[in-house]
Design a protein around this ligand. Structure first.
Ligand SMILES: Cc1cc2nc3c(=O)[nH]c(=O)nc-3n(C[C@H](O)[C@H](O)[C@H](O)COP(=O)(O)OP(=O)(O)OC[C@H]3O[C@@H](n4cnc5c(N)ncnc54)[C@H](O)[C@@H]3O)c2cc1C
Length: 464
């Protein structure tokens, strides 16, 4: 019997690492032939890249301590530079007066300000239920239509009227048109830097974010990590998980008795693996939880650098990708001196046009968009590497919280089952919180009494 862990992302591996360090027996099952989940770093020739740039930032002392223990002087401090490509121009983020004004132009600035002032009335009378309601109330229709709607719909693939206001309240909490203008004014007058609520520097492992799961896995006892081993069945009786059924790489099915189970597999898939199966209402609720998928396209460019930025965001509907990053700007060790690479993120749904596209067509689309904004010419791209990532983000659609609650209520009585991680908990936050979930799940197994459901809630999100 052992403590069984489903998934080798940062959440599952942190739980395994913490248990193993205290001498508890662990066994991790990972369905893929590699570890790291969404936090892995890919090696492509002389280049390394994350699946979308992953900065590390935390206010949690236990997580900080764990990172020091794992990576020591591998962590470097990076000063953040990001821009938004809007209206055919690059706008600095955090916003500055000159950049915002230059980017929007006189007419657009006047129209978004006017629509914000009109929206104040609108915001006071409406119930805030959707992402659209939330943004209209705080920023007005002008900015909503110009920026928030096209970007959000590109990232999430659903109209803003179907996204829950929870999402905005968590990710852009505390921000409003008035706040943004006030911040810009104060900073202009005081000639000071960005507002304290924005993270302007972050930590990053010299060889990519994937060093975090790598180091966690390296420290596990030999034989405690099984790759290409999806969990296909979760047997339970009397309010306990009694065993996992795992498909082994040779196609056989193995039954592994469980003392405890830490699950970072998507919660909506976990319930479908339960044996005996849950009531139909639970399975129906699971079907309603949706995820956004991602195709990451790494492009090698025959130039030493493309831009100084860490991220550039592309809200325009005329550009098919949503965000890019240049790994070399995060750490010089991510690329050779004379060339650079760029990671282009195409948000999509598994099976859709982008997901199934011929990678060469995505290279053309990326080349066209990058050329349009003057960053790169198509002929500068010499090689490419596409990576498909399923379930990159849980989508907070209107009503998701009630569906999720059906699953959580059903799973709550399972006294030896611990849910952790982004999809394990269906919670959209950053990796440090998933690490904390893994850490605290392990501590609970060892006798502590942390509330795992309180980790990474809206109130705690690190950045406004
Ligand atoms: C584009 C992008 C950018 C991001 N940027 C940042 C950032 O800048 N900073 C930050 O802190 N975080 C960032 N994140 C968040 C972070 O990468 C992830 O959310 C985090 O890695 C989640 O870890 P996890 O362990 O919860 O899940 P995952 O990494 O998804 O791991 C779950 C694992 O479980 C495995 N699995 C699933 N089903 C089964 C099964 N049936 N049997 C066995 N194994 C199974 C999966 O293969 C996977 O390896 C970003 C995420 C994305 C997608």
């Amino acid at each position: 019997m052992a403590n069984l862990i489903i998934g080798s992302g940062v959440a599952g591996l942190t739980a395994a690492y913490t248990l193993a360090r205290r001498g508890a027996p662990v066994q991790v099952f990972e369905k893929e032939p590699f570890i790291g989940g969404a936090s892995r770093t890919i090696q492509f020739g002389d280049f390394r890249f994350d699946l979308g740039g992953h900065r590390f930032y935390t206010r949690n002392e236990a997580v900080k301590g764990l990172l020091r223990e794992l990576l020591g002087d591998e962590m470097i401090e990076v000063g953040r530079i990001s821009r938004i490509y809007l209206n055919g121009r690059f706008i600095n983020y955090p916003l500055t007066f000159s950049s915002a004004f230059h980017g929007l132009g006189l007419l657009k600035t006047a129209s978004v300000t006017a629509s914000y002032l009109l929206g104040r009335v609108h915001g006071k009378v409406r119930t805030i239920r959707t992402f659209e309601d939330w943004v209209l109330a705080r920023f007005g229709r002008g900015l909503y239509e110009f920026y928030f709607a096209p970007y959000s719909e590109k990232v999430w693939g659903v109209p803003c009227t179907e996204l829950s206001a929870d999402f905005a309240a968590q990710r852009i909490k505390g921000l409003s048109f008035r706040e943004a203008v006030k911040n810009m004014l104060v900073r202009k007058l005081l000639r000071s830097g960005p507002p304290p609520s924005l993270i302007t520097a972050f930590q990053y492992p010299r060889l990519g974010f994937g060093r975090i799961p790598d180091r966690l896995a390296e420290a596990l006892p030999a034989g405690s990590l099984a790759l290409e081993s999806p969990v296909v069945g979760v047997e339970h009786a009397g309010g306990r998980v009694t065993a996992l059924r795992v498909r082994t790489p040779d196609g056989a099915e193995q039954r592994v008795p469980a003392d405890t189970v830490v699950s970072s597999m998507p919660i909506s898939e976990l319930v479908t693996r339960l044996d005996p199966r849950p009531p139909d209402a639970v399975l129906e609720a699971a079907k309603k939880l949706r995820y956004r998928d991602l195709v990451v396209l790494f492009l090698v460019a025959n130039r030493p650098q493309i831009s100084p930025d860490h991220w550039i965001y592309f809200p325009s509907r005329r550009i098919s990708f949503g965000r890019i990053h240049e790994p070399k700007n995060w750490s010089a060790d991510m690329a050779p001196k004379d060339r650079t690479g760029i990671v282009v993120e195409f948000f999509c749904f598994e099976g859709d046009r982008v997901w199934t596209a011929d990678p060469a067509d995505l290279v053309d689309a990326a080349g066209k968009g990058l050329e349009q904004c003057g960053l790169l010419k198509r002929e500068d791209i010499s090689e490419y590497c596409p990576v498909r990532l399923t379930r990159a983000y849980p989508i907070y659609t209107v009503g998701y919280a009630a569906q999720l609650q059906v699953l959580l209520d059903y799973l709550k009585p399972f006294e030896n089952l611990y849910l952790v991680g982004r999809n394990g908990m269906f919670r959209y936050t950053s990796a440090d919180y998933y690490i904390d979930m893994g850490l605290k799940a392990a501590e609970n197994i060892l006798g502590a009494d942390h509330d795992l459901h309180a980790i990474g809630t809206a109130q705690e999100y690190a950045e406004k």
